[in-house]
Design a protein around this ligand. Structure first.
Ligand code: ATR
Length: 310
């Protein structure tokens, strides 16, 4: 597999670094598509991946700060932990209660905190970490781009009320969906999410259980479909996929889960979670670099890395 990564110069003493931290991290596709993006921007940066135990996360973030890394991504299981480990939280991190992106910052001569990318050589004075959440916006971006999904006024059946499901529920509610049906193996978790949303979004119809009406979107945020032989994440006896316009599965490997296969057979528009992964990374690169990210290049590198095609 030849991933395009034409860096103009080899690593040298001026090279700056970003990294994803996870436990485990071997599966991460982020280095492949982030390095393609960095190269296309002509930056002398590299994007690395480190397997970090949760109990060592604070030390590793502190080390990256001292080594003047540009920024970090956090993946499972670090997103909630990192929330406690940054000095500053931007509005997205506060809203979604989790940090998947850290940007290191220093003060310019005017006392303003600016991204480390703007400082040549050694940054002056203290360096702080600011936390962001780019996952939530990525969900909507991917849904719009791949399913022409328009959140305002939409009806959605959301499967899963774990970490990813909760972020999706809140983002969809914030984006103005009209009705949200929540289904989760552990019903109590879905009930908690529904209670919270009912309090904060009075215009939203939020219910626990399957809809009697047709929906614009079924969104799978459970892990069912990752492993061969997994059951479908929904009970087709209680909700027929023929009543869904579009079906999105946050899983991207396999490329077509049993849910997506069933949805295709039922005539739904379908898309898998690769677009979410892409857009959370695109936004992270923009946060670090302050420049528009080369989305097309990153998308091709990601597809090639994950599926071996372009
Ligand atoms: P993530 O951060 O990816 O959302 P998570 O918080 O562990 O991970 O959530 C996993 C989701 O998949 C949950 O909705 C979980 O249901 P429970 O809340 O009942 O645990 C769901 N899930 C995992 N395995 C499942 C299974 N075998 N059957 C049904 N749902 C499952």
């Amino acid at each position: 597999m030849s991933v395009p990564e034409p860096f103009a110069s080899p690593i040298n003493a001026r090279t700056r670094y970003c990294a994803v931290l996870g436990w485990p991290v071997r599966h991460s596709a982020s280095p492949a598509f982030q390095n393609a993006g960095l190269a296309a921007l002509g930056l002398n940066w590299r994007y690395l991946a480190f397997a970090v135990r949760p109990e060592h996360l604070a030390e590793v973030i502190a080390g990256a700060r001292r080594m003047q890394f540009i920024g970090l991504n956090l993946t499972v299981p670090h997103k909630l932990l990192a929330f406690q480990m940054v000095e500053e939280l931007d509005a997205t991190a506060r809203r979604y209660g989790a940090v998947n992106t850290i940007r290191f910052e220093a003060q310019n001569p005017g006392g303003e905190w600016r991204p480390l990318a703007e400082f040549e050589g050694e940054a002056p004075g203290e360096i702080r970490a600011q936390g962001f959440n780019t996952d939530a916006e990525a969900i909507l971006r991917a849904l719009e781009e791949e399913l022409d999904f328009e959140a305002r006024g939409a009806r959605v059946l959301l499967l899963g009320a774990g970490g990813a499901g909760q972020v999706a529920a809140l983002k969809l509610a914030d984006a103005g969906v009209e009705a949200l049906y929540l289904v989760n193996r552990t019903r109590q978790k879905a009930e908690e999410v529904a209670r919270r949303l009912a309090g904060t979004h009075p215009g939203l119809r939020v219910r626990v259980g399957y809809p009697a009406e047709a929906v614009d979107l079924v969104l799978n945020a459970t892990s069912l479909g990752l492993r061969a032989g997994d059951a479908l994440p929904l009970d087709t006896g209680q909700f027929s996929l023929a009543r869904a316009r579009g079906v999105y599965d946050m899983i991207y490997c396999p490329a077509e889960t049993p849910l997506l296969q069933a949805a295709r057979a039922a005539g739904c528009r379908i898309a898998n979670g690769l677009g979410m992964l892409l857009h959370q990374g695109v936004r992270a690169l923009e946060i670090w670099s302050g420049r528009p990210a080369p989305v097309g290049v990153m998308r091709r590198a990601l597809r090639e890395h994950v599926y071996g095609d372009v």
